[in-house]
Design a protein around this ligand. Structure first.
Ligand code: GDP
Length: 491
């Protein structure tokens, strides 16, 4: 690949469209300086020095501007680049873009500036992806992490791991190619090296979960048996009539997903009532399957039951399904709880009983009620039960408990996002790392079995290829286009 590739000259507005102090139009490519020459009041710009003058359309003055000229390869894209800093009004910016386009530039595609930077080796692929992350970062923490990748932290780590694996491969290949002169490496050496590389990859992957949460926000699944108020809660949280609410059990048949724009992105998943049993229809069965999947993919589960009815076996079965998840227990329909029931709840007599039965429960303490009694009480209809001290009593109708629920969700979401994270990775990078790890595991197993090193080398080579995919040393056009399609125009 040439250091500077031949491309046509592209342009775009680099600042957000709207009214602002300054707007920036960028031009990149061989013709950048020629184009400016035709539309700018001054000529013979000095590289690296800003210039002050007017953008002209023929003899008409369009705007008073500052010009930043960059000569290849010392620019963002590695090409000749002109930045025009003009006044920030929507129409001023558009007029200038129009003049630039009419004088020989083409409108840039999404991410095309950064793509050129990558193709011209100004940055590797993981750094280019960090540019997109930085722009789209939803929290300040994530922006900081993305900046680390932009500065090459992830690339450096990958290169380090790659170098070690490459050394091992070289020794294996030398042993195979020159058996008379070079002894093939000891199997113990291979085992140690592969184990070390796997450990290093695991370190990079350790931040994967937090990375995904910071990038995509946390996924919250709302679960509970039919009719406890899941759709109502979903709507209440969203403030829209998105899911269909009915009083016939089992009407939410699809999994609905919506994203809430709180301090951290939160994706809400409304699931069909989780229910097993023969009477369940086909469509609903599919919904239930989805629900189970939703629970699997959720970072946090909101478990809903009808507080005016108390818990029954169905509720307990669902609770069991989510036992390994971070979960907020919500007693809904608080407005229907009678005074007597409320008093019972406050007394908290049944609290430990429920705790004991819940598979999420901690150890039972100082309770004088026998287990048999506890079971009876929990399964007794119309008896409200407090599941845990953290349980939230809610009514989607009166909105009682809603603020408490929101702040609880935010608190948990925030803790997720602060989980220690040395390396930020995206799905594509994680995928490559996982595949690389798989190849290394195969090589490790083969080494433990003293298999032919010729065979072992195949897995080691594929491990290297996956690492090269991360930095973009080896990459297909499809993958490349897919990555840059997620950028905005002008970046
Ligand atoms: P889902 O099947 O779990 O999604 O339940 P829905 O959200 O469809 O609600 C079932 C029924 O319960 C509807 O008639 C709702 O209006 C009603 N409902 C939901 N939340 C509350 C609440 O907090 N209080 C009362 N009284 N009724 C509720």
């Amino acid at each position: 690949m040439n250091i500077i590739q031949e491309f046509d000259t592209i342009t775009a507005i680099a600042t957000p469209i709207g009214t602002g102090g300054v707007g920036v139009i960028r031009i990149s490519g061989d013709k950048s300086f020629d184009i400016l020459d035709r539309i700018y009041s001054k000529h013979n710009l000095e590289i690296g020095k800003i210039s002050h003058g007017w953008i002209l359309d023929g003899d008409k003055k369009i705007d008073e501007v500052i010009i930043l000229p960059f000569k290849n390869p010392n620019s963002y894209t590695g090409e000749d680049v002109i930045e025009i800093h003009c006044h920030g009004g929507v129409n001023v910016v558009r007029n200038i873009l129009d003049v630039v386009l009419r004088n020989g530039a083409r409108m840039a595609e999404r991410g095309e500036f950064t793509k050129r930077a990558f193709l011209n080796k100004k940055m590797d692929l993981s750094q280019a992806e960090a540019v997109a992350d930085l722009i789209h970062a939803k929290t300040r923490d994530f922006a900081k992490q993305s900046a680390k990748n932009l500065s090459g932290v992830l690339s450096e780590k990958i290169k380090e791991i790659r170098e070690d694996i490459f050394q091992v491969l070289s020794k294996i290949v030398a042993g195979i190619d020159f058996p008379e002169d070079v002894k093939e490496p000891e199997y113990d050496y291979l085992i140690t090296e592969f184990e070390k590389a796997i450990e290093e990859i695991d370190k990079v992957l350790a931040g994967a979960n937090s990375s995904n949460i910071m990038r995509q926000g946390i996924k919250i699944a709302i679960v509970g048996k039919p009719n406890v108020g899941k759709s109502s809660l979903f709507n209440t949280l969203l403030n829209v009539e998105r899911a269909i609410v009915t009083d016939i059990a089992g009407t939410t048949r699809d999994v609905l997903k919506e994203t809430l724009d709180w301090d951290i992105a939160i994706t809400l998943i409304d699931t069909a009532g989780i229910r097993d049993g023969e009477e369940v229809g086909k469509v609903e069965e599919i919904g239930i399957e989805y629900s189970k999947q939703s629970v699997d993919e959720a970072d946090l589960v909101l478990f809903l039951y009808d507080a005016s009815q108390g818990l029954n076996e169905d509720d307990m079965a669902i609770l069991d399904l989510v036992k390994d998840k971070k979960c907020i227990v919500i007693g809904n329909k608080a407005d229907l709880i009678s005074e007597e029931q409320r008093a019972g709840r406050q007394e908290g007599r049944l609290f430990n009983a429920a705790k004991q039965l819940s598979s999420q429960a901690a150890k039972l303490d100082n309770d004088e009620i026998s287990q048999k009694q506890q079971t009876d009480m929990v399964l007794l209809p119309n008896r409200p039960i407090v599941l845990s001290p953290d349980e939230i009593l809610l009514s989607t109708i009166t909105k009682q408990g809603l603020d408490e629920l929101k702040s609880k969700i935010k608190e948990i979401a925030y803790n997720f996002s602060l989980e220690d994270m040395e390396f930020v990775t995206n799905n594509r990078q994680q995928d490559c790392l996982i595949k690389c790890r798989e190849s290394l595991s195969l090589a490790l197993e083969a080494s433990k079995n003293y298999e032919l090193q010729d065979l072992i080398s195949i897995d080691v080579k594929s491990a290297l290829l996956y690492l090269d995919e991360i930095t973009g040393e080896v990459i297909t056009d499809d993958i490349l286009n897919n990555i840059f399609d997620h950028f905005c125009i002008g970046k």
